[in-house]
Write a protein that binds this ligand. Structure first.
Ligand SMILES: NC(=O)c1ccc[n+]([C@@H]2O[C@H](COP(=O)([O-])OP(=O)(O)OC[C@H]3O[C@@H](n4cnc5c(N)ncnc54)[C@H](OP(=O)(O)O)[C@@H]3O)[C@@H](O)[C@H]2O)c1
Length: 321
């Protein structure tokens, strides 16, 4: 644990989403480092348990609502930071315009604070990569627009893309569903052999951000493609069965069926197109548009976990209740 507030020579890293999956992983990885860091985490509610836990671990927790209507406070929140980790949360509001404007605001605020580098959690421009074929994967395209803005900002800028969270299987029943016969399925509209970069976010994502921050020279302009293990959908189901002892099969469904499972969970119809097209894009181009994940994994402070290791350590009791 090398989080400090006393050593003023330690770089101050401002972390957006500190109480969430991505920011939490970044803080975990920096805390594991033998290099000291000062960490400032942002939250809208400093009294919540996750914020209090971080505070006890030495993170300076700052209450701020990171929205354009609150520009002045957002700028103040970044003051004094040496580096910034930025992420937007599309799924909280599912509004691309809002995601893009807030992403740009975060870049502007970090720039105004004079940071030496921004690490941004982006995704690829699906519309561009697919030559205009897939136009609805807005939570990729929105983040890609923010990436373009960041790269043009003049601040050293690195894009650390998040793969497909292994924890999606624990959190969202549309990804791992009980069947009528009592067995379980991954009912996805993707080919069984399509390989997905699965990332154990909590344990592994932050390692990539730490790698960026600990390079002798901040690797301006680069992009990292995170993955704990690249694995096909059918192999995921096989390993999940093996580890949990439950019968889990991969079941290829139509895009409409896949999207409907989300609508049943209360997702708005506005994201139907995105949910249908995202797996079509994965099938045709791959999550990372064909970019390999191995070079990004090189030089991480510790090895990433395999999917089986994640599955062995996860609590599946709620999923298989
Ligand atoms: N699931 C996947 O497989 C996957 C893959 C790639 C990318 N992603 C992307 O990951 C993003 C979500 O990141 P995550 O998983 O880390 O989210 P998360 O665990 O739900 O956490 C969201 C974080 O954002 C903070 N936040 C949200 N709105 C805020 C605001 N207005 N002001 C201040 N803080 C705010 C929250 O802080 P407080 O609540 O404490 O204020 C929280 O710390 C999404 O954009 C999604 O597209 C997901």
């Amino acid at each position: 644990m090398t989080i400090t507030q006393q050593v003023t020579s330690a770089p101050l890293v401002a972390v957006v989403g500190a109480t969430g999956v991505q920011g939490g992983s970044v803080i975990k990885a920096l805390a594991e480092s033998d290099k000291p860091y000062r960490i400032r985490g942002f939250t809208r509610d400093v009294t919540k348990a996750a914020a209090q836990t971080l505070k006890k671990r030495g993170v300076e927790m700052v209450t701020v609502n990171l929205v354009v209507e609150n520009k002045e406070e957002v700028y103040k929140a970044f003051a004094g930071a040496d580096y910034a980790f930025l992420v937007t949360n599309f799924w909280e509001h599912m509004n691309t315009e809002k995601e893009v404007s807030e992403g740009k605001l975060l870049i502007d605020a970090a720039k105004a604070a004079g940071v030496k580098g921004i690490v941004w959690s982006g995704l690829l421009p699906v519309k561009k990569i697919s030559g205009g074929k897939y136009t609805k994967v807005v939570y990729f395209d929105g983040k890609a627009a923010v990436t373009d803005y960041g790269r043009a900002s003049g601040v050293p800028f690195v894009d650390v893309q998040a793969g497909w969270y292994t924890s999606n299987l624990l959190a969202i029943p549309a990804f791992l569903a009980k069947q009528l016969d009592g067995t379980y399925a991954l009912p996805w509209s993707i080919r069984p052999t399509t390989v997905v970069p699965m990332i154990d976010m909590e344990n592994d994502y932050g390692l990539y951000v730490r790698k960026v921050l600990e390079q002798p020279v901040f690797p301006d302009g680069s992009a990292l493609y995170t993955s704990s293990e690249d694995i096909s959908a059918e192999e995921l189901a096989r390993q999940l069965s093996e580890v949990t002892g439950k019968k889990v099969v991969f079941k290829q469904v139509t895009g409409e069926e896949f999207a409907n499972a989300f609508l049943t969970l209360g997702y708005p119809a506005t994201v139907t197109g995105a949910l249908i097209e995202v797996f079509q894009y994965f099938d045709e181009f791959g999550c990372y548009g064909g970019q390999p994940t191995a070079p990004s994994r090189e030089g991480l402070a510790r090895p990433t976990r395999t999917f089986a290791e994640f599955a062995e350590s996860a609590d599946w009791s709620k999923v298989f209740a």
